[in-house]
Design a protein around this ligand. Structure first.
Ligand code: GTR
Length: 337
């Protein structure tokens, strides 16, 4: 009896100490940026991460999400994160390619065999290594969000490599992406995301490439009608934290932030699959043509120069191999009767 009273008193004392500590710990008001609108799966997931952080710290750590590109383009905001004037950013991983070259790996054409392969490789050791490799450049990688597969959309159908010859294709501002378009025989037009609608409308570019939710969410489907399923890349979205700010946080807070980011991934995957279906329904109802009979092999076979040019370091080679060799977990055996 005496012993259990003592144990209870000790527990209460520890609880009080924790409360004092939590009350003493400074409030942390984090800011994050995303170019997408409030209802896009990435922004919803960031909000989800913020709610988790507030809940788990009784409101001590909060996260304000600036959506719709309010703080600038992807290029501008990743620079702010590096400088420490912004805490966090969600961008497509391709936006990081020139700054932290190892991020080229998951954006490489025809690397992932399926969405499941992509999830398992990114959830596993290769994904973790890439997230942790950008610290010298000023970024702590926290999580990947879904972005499906990217395909080409244009004013005409694209059924094989012959159709992209001479086509002006908008790509993300990344040397690797310029090389991908050139390997397709196209003329690469690197542009910031926000400039693509006008570029398609004015004919500065004939085509662009992206997933269906982006084709729909940007209203590009109003300008170009043919979405051809080349599915040439599954470059994921990524959440990057400022290494400068990170260094000022306690180990416990760093762990809380990492965990909240990881937890938001599950929500994001659900938001993503819902949005893919909704976007597909919306663009087809508006008259877009989804071209499925694409000779993907003709594109995949043309990508050797991209790998030769960008997979050059031992680390990049080892990661590509690890991802290619990555074994998806075998399907669960049927339960014995
Ligand atoms: C989208 C992505 C954006 C942006 C865009 C692009 O899929 O969600 O963050 O990177 O692609 O092509 O610029």
């Amino acid at each position: 009896m005496r012993a259990s009273k003592l144990a209870l008193a000790t527990l209460m004392a520890i609880g009080c100490l924790n409360m004092v500590h939590a009350a003493d710990a400074p409030k942390i008001e984090l800011r994050a940026s995303d170019v997408w609108d409030d209802d896009y799966p990435t922004v919803r997931a960031l909000r989800n991460m913020g709610e988790l952080l507030s809940q788990r710290t009784n409101g001590r750590i909060t996260l304000k999400v600036f959506s719709g590109g309010a703080l600038g383009s992807e290029k501008e905001t990743i620079e702010q994160v590096k400088g420490g004037t912004l805490d966090m950013v969600r961008v497509n991983i391709s936006a990081m390619n020139n700054t932290c070259p190892i991020t080229i790996v998951p954006a490489l054409p025809f690397l992932f065999r399926s969405v499941d392969h992509m999830h398992k490789a990114l959830d596993g050791a290769p994904g973790e290594e890439i997230l942790r490799s950008c610290e010298p450049q000023g970024y702590v990688g926290l999580a990947y969000y879904d972005s499906g597969a990217r395909s080409i959309y244009a004013k005409k159908p694209v059924r094989s490599l012959a159709d992209t010859k001479g086509m002006k294709i908008r790509v993300q501002p990344s040397d690797m992406w310029v090389s991908v378009a050139n390997a397709m025989g196209a003329n690469a037009t690197p542009l910031a995301f926000g400039e693509v609608y006008t570029a398609l409308k004015t004919g500065l570019t004939d085509a662009a490439e992206n997933n269906i939710p982006s084709y729909e969410g940007t209203k590009h489907y109003e300008v170009v009608k043919y979405y051809s399923k080349t599915e040439h890349s599954m470059a994921p979205e990524v959440v990057m934290f400022s290494a400068k700010k990170w260094a000022t946080l306690s180990k416990a807070d760093q762990a809380l932030i990492r965990e909240a980011a990881k937890s938001s991934v599950t929500q994001n995957r659900k938001y993503w699959s819902d949005r893919e279906a909704q976007s597909l329904a919306k663009v087809t109802a508006a008259g877009s043509v989804i071209v499925s009979d694409v000779d993907k092999k003709s594109f995949a076979d043309a990508m050797a120069p991209v790998y030769a040019k960008f997979v050059t370091t031992d680390q990049a080679k080892a990661l590509v191999k690890a991802i290619q060799d990555f074994k998806e977990a075998p399907a669960a055996a049927p339960a014995k009767k």
